[in-house]
Design a protein around this ligand. Structure first.
Ligand code: AMP
Length: 432
């Protein structure tokens, strides 16, 4: 047993698995750019208040899962590691006066989130999210843009059969009456409620609808549905979101019990699931509209909508569906040499190749040439550049490892020659 291990619920991401992460992060960044979402980076920790207000105090995330940091000074500030990115991004929107920028402000952030949850498959204490936020547009068209973007991300990542679950959870005009009705309903069933839910009933009854407790499944199925109680404005908004999704050809399933675990959501709420795996804790992404959040965090009333897509669960789903993992890029060239001690010569040639944009590794040990070549083949390099006696005349050997051929190339032409032959090899053209 090693003396130290990564903390429970966290993982080291190691090569070659990290190649799959890199691929997803690039895909996310490319899509965000294509859709006009610009990168933001917020701190990994914020004042606890940002999450208590922005996520809601009567939520699992704040009540049970917040990683609170012990301050080193006694200035009374209390911080917590971010359990989700939206509250921090909205805090930044208000702090930096983004209300004066052209609206909506489209932002994207990718990084680790922290929740003190009981670890299990697909549930970690540190996990990664790709996050998209559009702040300053009341929708409904942008709601559809964001849902379509999420669905496209899964498709481009290679995960088939992802389903959008969609709901509207109303707004301050219509939710209070629904909440009162729901409270009455659960009060009538008080005896059947698990302890935690009975306690939450009077504090935040909506939470009961997305309870993780299996004892709630039946009760929730028979509960009154918010979509039957929406005010005219919310009903119209919801219908328009659906019409936009229909026009874009994005399929979705109406999910009247979907309320999301966070307090600040209004109107549109959605989650992404792999078809057939729709249980609690199985969502691979989710988001919604938060028209009250900017004001809650001290800004002018401003609407917003966004999603967070869990990268850990997406990778898990990809491997479970047998999608081939992304390969690590191989070294194109490995520089080896007949003189085991000429590390200067090998390193210099490799450095010049890298300056020319070629992925090259130099053999920096003092092994014999045969061993160096074996290692180059194990690296699955395309070429070995062999430094030998011809170096005195300005030439090196260029060995095509898969083809088993070798020729002499002037050092001055090496990069160009490698690029040409490697390009032809990759594109399947016959080499000359
Ligand atoms: P949430 O804000 O809870 O809806 O989370 C958004 C997404 O992040 C979820 O759909 C999951 O894909 C992912 N996620 C949330 N919590 C965890 C966790 N503890 N471990 C791994 N992924 C998570």
């Amino acid at each position: 047993m090693p003396t130290f291990r990564a903390p429970r619920g966290t993982r080291d991401l190691l090569p070659p698995e990290t190649a799959a992460w890199t691929r997803l992060e690039r895909l996310a960044a490319d899509l965000a750019t294509r859709y006009g979402y610009r990168r933001i980076e917020t701190p990994l920790f914020e004042l606890s208040d940002v999450f208590e207000r922005g996520v809601g105090e009567v939520t699992d995330i704040v009540e049970k899962e917040l990683y609170r940091l012990t301050p080193r000074t006694d200035d009374g500030e209390s911080w917590a590691l971010r359990p989700e990115p939206t509250a921090g991004i909205v805090r930044a929107y208000v702090q930096h006066g983004m209300q004066t920028w052209p609206q909506p402000v489209r932002l994207t952030e990718t990084g680790p989130m922290f929740r003190y949850d009981r670890p299990q498959a697909g549930r970690y204490r540190q996990f990664w999210q790709w996050d998209i936020e559009a702040i300053g547009d009341p929708g409904p068209a942008i709601d559809a843009e964001i849902i379509e973007l999420g669905a496209r991300f899964y498709r481009d990542a290679g995960l088939a059969g992802v389903e959008v679950h969609l709901n509207s959870i109303g707004d301050p005009a219509c939710r209070p009456a629904y909440v009162a009705e729901l409270t009455d309903y659960f009060r009538d069933h008080r005896e059947a409620l698990p302890d935690l839910e009975r306690e939450r009933l009077e504090r935040n009854v909506l939470r009961l609808l997305d309870s993780k407790d299996p004892a709630m499944t039946g009760l929730n199925a028979s509960a009154p549905k918010i979509t039957d109680r929406l005010c005219a404005a919310c009903a119209e908004h919801f219908a328009a979101v659906r019409a936009h999704l229909d026009a874009l050809g994005v399929p979705y399933r109406l999910a009247p019990g979907l309320v999301r675990g966070l307090d600040y959501y209004t109107r549109t709420a959605f989650e992404f699931y792999v078809t057939g795996r729709e249980g609690q804790q199985q969502a691979i992404g989710g988001g919604g509209r938060y028209d009250g959040l900017v004001e809650l965090l001290g800004g002018r009333p401003t609407p917003g909508i966004g999603f967070g897509i869990g990268l850990d669960r997406l990778l898990l789903a990809l491997s479970e569906t047998g999608t081939p993992a992304a390969a690590e890029p191989d070294s194109v060239a490995v520089v080896v040499g007949a003189d085991p001690d000429d590390t200067v010569g090998r390193l210099k040639v490799a450095t010049d190749l890298r300056s020319a944009g070629i992925a090259a590794r130099a053999e920096l040990g003092h092994r014999k040439l045969g061993r160096q070549l074996e290692a180059a083949a194990r690296d699955r390099a395309h070429f070995a550049v062999v430094l030998g006696d011809e170096l005195a005349g300005g030439e090196v050997g260029l060995r095509d490892l898969p083809a088993g051929t070798q020729k002499l190339v002037p050092l001055a032409d090496l990069a160009r020659e490698i690029e040409r032959a490697h390009g032809a090899h990759r594109h399947g053209a016959p080499e000359s």
